[in-house]
Structures are given as structure tokens and as C-alpha cells.
Design a protein around this ligand. Sequence first.
Ligand SMILES: [Fe+2]
Length: 226
Amino acid sequence: MDRISESLKERGYAHVVPPSDRDVDYAAEVGRLGPLLPQYAGELVRDIKPSSEFDDEQFTPYNTKELRPHTEWYEFPELPPRYVAIWAVHAAEGPGGETTLADGYELVASFSPAEQEALAVNAYEWRTDPGRTPERVDRRAERPVLQHHPDGLVLRFSTMDLQVRDELSQRYVAEGVRFFDQHHVAVKVETNALLIWDNWRMLHSRTAFRDHQRHLRRALVGLSVS
Ligand SMILES: [Fe+2]
């Protein structure tokens, strides 16, 4: 856990591949960083796998198509989860299915101090499409892109759900996509491996894949009370 915390601080993410003979209780392990937060159906650990409910035209975690860069939980008014952890029950066989990550703090640094200030003041609407989740999550929140918190800078990003309404928000999304394309790292989370990232800092996405048996589990970690 010390190495994970160090890597989270330094790079914004940590990738852990345990010896293949060890079964790790990842929910318990990542729960040492902070409380696990309830997800859409109230569950603390959520299964992410392709579902026949979704065709491959949609952008949703529940098919095999690529995703667009985003941060997690921007559509909720509360503080977004500090960390997102995913581990693979069954990694995608064959090509694709990588999780991609890029440093949002570097993206923000490409904006002028005055623009960064505006991004922390202007409230924008973040609205989800209910067609993207089995639970038909239909949420909206009015929040700035940046939020200063005693524990760090909180960043929100979405190419699809930030309701762009001025030149700055338009450029934030366009620059974010360009930055992500140029600077992301791609991690294939192999079966039994874990990837955890700082959701206040990192943008994440996913490449397309073919294996319909791909099965990840996801936990959202909130702020530690200590
Ligand atoms: Fe996500």
C-alpha cells in the first residue's frame, strides 16, 4: 500500500500485478485508502462487463466500444471520488480493452492563470444521458471545472456531458481531447491485476475490444476521515 500511495502521488496512478497464485481482496485493500462509496445501484463494488442491453454504437462502459476521456462522477454535485480502482476478473483476450490515463493537472497548466481562475468560478452544467447505464442514471449538477479543496485540486472533465456554453469551456474540451490523444498511457489490466488512479487529477478512458467475456470490477474511494 505504501508503494501504491507513493505512485498515486507521483504519477497519479498505480498498477499492481500480484503473483498469479495469490487471490487478493482488492475491495478490502483499496478500502484502506478511504471509504468505498456506493455506486449507481448502491453497490460498493460494481461489475463492468458488456451487456446485451447495449449495442456497440453507444458510448457506455457496458459494451465493447472505446470510451471518450472523462473523470468519474462529474454529474453528481458532491465531491467526486478521490480514487477509482478497477481490477480484472477476466481481462480482454486479444487486442484492445486497455485503460488509458492522462494527467489532467498538466492539461490545466496549459491554461493561463486567469483562465484557471475562471474555470474554478464559472459553474457549468454536467448532464448524463440515461441511456448509458442499466440503471438509467439521469443526473445533472452545476459545478465549475476546477474546485479547490484542502486535499488538492479537483478536476472535472467530460467530452460528452459538459454543457459547453462559452469559448473557455469549448476550448477546455477541445484541448482536453488533444492533450489526451498525445499524452495518455495505456494499461491493460490483466486478470487479477489492479489499476487505481487519482480521480481528482487524471482523465481516463478505454480502448475498444472484442472479447465479450471481459469483466472488471470497480470501486470508488472517498476521502479518508483520518
Ligand atoms: Fe469512467
